[in-house]
Ligand binder design. Sequence first.
Ligand code: TMP
Length: 211
Amino acid sequence: MIRPGAFITVEGGEAVGKSTQIARLAATLRSHGHNILLTREPGGTPGAEAIRALLLNPATTLAPLADTLLVFAARADHVATLIRPALARGDIVLCDRFTDSTMAYQGYGLGVDCATIAALTEMIGLTPDLTLILDAPPEIAAARLEARATNPDRYERFDADFAARVAAGFREIAAANPARCAVIDASGPIDSIAATIAATVTSRLPHRIGP
Ligand code: TMP
């Protein structure tokens, strides 16, 4: 059976287990015979990855609007050269963060005008078919972040108030877009979160991902 492509984004604050879960979902969907493009933002193409390196470098200083415009510059390249062609081929695109991250981090977190971000989002012109928002209590995310061996990136260095604003932003985005967004409790064991995510994808996109 030929199915049209589907665009699924995975969102959430820092250290909620996004990367692990998106890799699990990709493996599950591949085992069911789907072609999967697994990608991330900011990044995904050589130009966008160069912008990512600048954005995540703790030595970078940028005014919030400049930060936002760079995120969208990376996104414009990623969408035009990687995501849209994959969707046109009929692939399922799994994207680690997308426009909701900009609303949560740059809008709710850094205070950039939400209408500006909405207008830039409109300009990109691609809405996910499904957005999974991973939600973990702040103390769990903070403990996971602490346990990471790597140096924190530029956004991970913002304080707990910033993280709380980002988390509240994701919850408001989910509440405002119930048909597109599913909030996933990311506080339990990895296997049970993976099972919840797989079941959510199948039930929300039955015509595209069905068995
Ligand atoms: P990652 O750690 O999930 O790979 O994400 C990279 C960082 O980029 C993360 O701290 C969130 C931040 N980010 C934004 O601030 N705005 C955005 O629009 C995106 C996509 C990511």
